[in-house]
Design a protein around this ligand. Structure first.
Ligand code: AHG
Ligand code: MN
Ligand code: MN
Ligand code: MN
Length: 336
């Protein structure tokens, strides 16, 4: 069909979100405005990532963040871009970033009804070698008109109203859920617009890939060790699983979402709470997984039911295809 081939009726991300919002008569377009500022941040970071080697954006910034990690130049740049984009949207009150020790409270003149938690650049270790990296975000609504506090973001993931990530990969893709499924948009660089290319993504019920940093195996607990052993040496006649591990959560979760399988960042003896941060890594990705028909588990409970006590809190995480996560849940249940 000629119209298909030329794609003359483009579903941009803005059009898509406006359509969704028109179902709510009380909606005043605040979310659309917030999202368009997030999209601007993603486009800026995408462009910076693409020319990193040319624009001297490779290497360390010289500071260490609250996580004890050396910040890369692109971590700092991306953080500044998103903080500015979110404040200038006029739709936020509290911001939590991986790169900032304290939450940012937006000045009254710029305040709005949303709180945004984000990892401005995920996969820092892959920046300098040109491997896929990303941005992760989660959005809460502010449910009162008093002075905002960190309590406004120390809420379980199941209270998020939207979550998403942007992957700076072989193409730039933004994957978003506002609680009505998961939808993927690809940046058309010639238009500077994200176009709906992956409507209503559903994760395969069962996968054949596992994704974990096996270098930590000597410090794993019993259930994780057993699970990975089963992936490699299945006893039930099923074929062994393939191992894929990029080391950028965005890339590993994106592949898991599209191809199926499981992503694990378990606890280990050195990091009893795992590595990944609850608010801006575990929650948004768990929200997307559930919306796509998969599951997300901490080793103890449904990940979205965690109630964080600190903004940079960490948690072990197992997420992906429904059946694969069922298996790891069974191993933890046996272990009790
Ligand atoms: P960040 O670059 O935002 O600090 O996140 C890094 C995270 C995540 O992207 C990835 O899943 C994980 O670190 C990889 O950790 P290991 O190097 O320990 O495998
Ligand atoms: Mn980091
Ligand atoms: Mn990260
Ligand atoms: Mn990061």
């Amino acid at each position: 069909h000629a119209a298909d081939a030329h794609r003359t009726d483009l579903m941009t991300i803005t059009r898509f979100v406006l359509n969704e919002q028109s179902k709510y008569p009380e909606s005043r377009g605040d979310f659309t405005i917030l999202l368009s500022h997030i999209v601007l941040g993603c486009k800026f970071v995408c462009s910076a990532v693409n020319k990193a080697g040319l624009a001297k954006l490779i290497g360390l910034a010289g500071e260490t963040n609250i996580q004890g990690e050396e910040q890369k130049k692109l971590d700092v740049l991306s953080n500044d871009v998103f903080v500015n984009a979110l404040i200038s949207s006029g739709r936020t009150s509290v911001l939590v970033s991986e790169e900032d020790e304290e939450a940012t409270f937006v000045e009254p003149s710029h305040r709005g009804k949303y709180c945004v938690v984000f990892d401005p650049l995920d996969g820092s270790s892959n920046i300098d070698c040109g491997v896929s990296i990303g941005t992760i975000f989660g959005i809460y609504t502010l449910d009162h008109t008093d002075e905002p506090t960190t309590e406004d973001v120390l809420k379980p993931g199941n209270e998020m109203v939207a979550a998403g990530y942007c992957m700076y990969g072989s193409s730039c893709m933004l994957v978003l859920s506002t609680g009505t499924g998961v939808h993927g948009f690809t940046l058309d660089p010639s238009l500077g617009e994200f176009i709906l290319t992956h409507p209503d993504i559903k994760i395969p019920k069962k996968g054949n890939i596992y994704s974990v940093n096996e270098g930590n195996a000597q410090n794993w607990d019993g259930p994780t060790t057993k699970y990975v052993e089963k992936c490699k040496f299945p006893k039930d006649g099923s074929p062994a699983k393939s191992l894929r591990y990029v080391g950028s959560m965005v890339a590993d979760v994106h592949r898991t979402l599209l191809y199926g399988g499981i992503f694990l960042y378990p606890a280990d003896k050195k990091s009893p709470n795992g590595k990944l941060r609850v608010l801006y890594e575990v929650f948004p990705m768990s929200f997307l997984m559930e919306q796509a028909g998969g599951q997300a588990f901490t080793g103890q409970k449904r990940a979205l039911d965690l109630v964080p006590e600190k903004i940079h809190e960490r948690s072990p995480i197992f997420l992906g295809s429904y059946d694969d996560v069922e298996e790891i849940k069974a191993l933890y249940a046996e272990d009790e």
